[in-house]
Design a protein around this ligand. Sequence first.
Ligand code: ADP
Ligand code: NA
Length: 298
Amino acid sequence: MTRPRIAVLGSANMDLVVTTQRAPERGETVTGHEFRTVPGGKGANQALAAARAGGDVTFLGAVGDDDFGRRIRDLLEADGIDVGELAVVAETTGTAHITVDDTGDNSIVVVPGANGCVTALTDPHRAAIRAADALLLQLELPLLVVAEAAAYAHSVGVRTVLTPAPAIPLAGSLLEQVDFLVPNEHEAMILTGADDPHQAGRELAERCAQVVVTLGAEGAVYLGSGRPALQVPAFPVEVLDTTAAGDTFVGVLAVGLAEGLEPEATLRRAAAASALSVQRFGASSSMPTRTEIDHFLS
Ligand code: ADP
Ligand code: NA
């Protein structure tokens, strides 16, 4: 079987991760356990998750001319991702400053840096999108280029999966061009103003063809055009670090979609992959391979 082709237009960041018993309150200093740098960014994370799950992935984005940028490029390349259109720009590579507490919860400050330089589609970007079976988008690049990519993919019949994170108000025209919207529960509620993630999902499903609201350890709910809501249970596992659980879920979802799997089967594989990822530390370091996902489900 030929591998499904996935284009990812998105962010690449270096995650600067501290672990601590608990995150500091405003104005407070706490002593943490340890510090690590881990390549991340929603775009790069989803690209890695999709590549490890069996996708033939092209990454479209930008990094700075610095050590963080080179590490990210090397990491993507090591997983066989095409980085020919990962631009090197005169800004620092994006960084995400992540605090993980002893319960596994995290809080994050993102500095976009080079990601902010991706402001319009280039001809090579268009060629990569056209050649893909699915396009993955998030909101860590300038909104204009995300909207341009969604419109372009729509015009050439390539299915788009959008992770609306960080959550910002989205134009209806953007949502109409997206085939799959995958917010987590917080993002779903911010996008709609609903105070319940299930209600938020129903409202989003009126604006977008298919919606998956992820609910952390509660799993996810899928709302497809005209079908009853489908509950996607999470697999019960010991949680070490939930960083990038959602990105793992989306990357694997895209591969299933591009392979033509039904939503049920696709979402089960996505839930399995993210259950594996929450048992491991970090973002890129925690995404499972296709073999690991198959083994977990067997
Ligand atoms: P995000 O990382 O975007 O906040 P979620 O926390 O909703 O995303 O997680 C995405 C998916 O990862 C969930 O739908 C679920 O399948 C899986 N997942 C998340 N947390 C857990 C957990 N504690 N145990 C098992 N699976 C989990
Ligand atoms: Na993890």
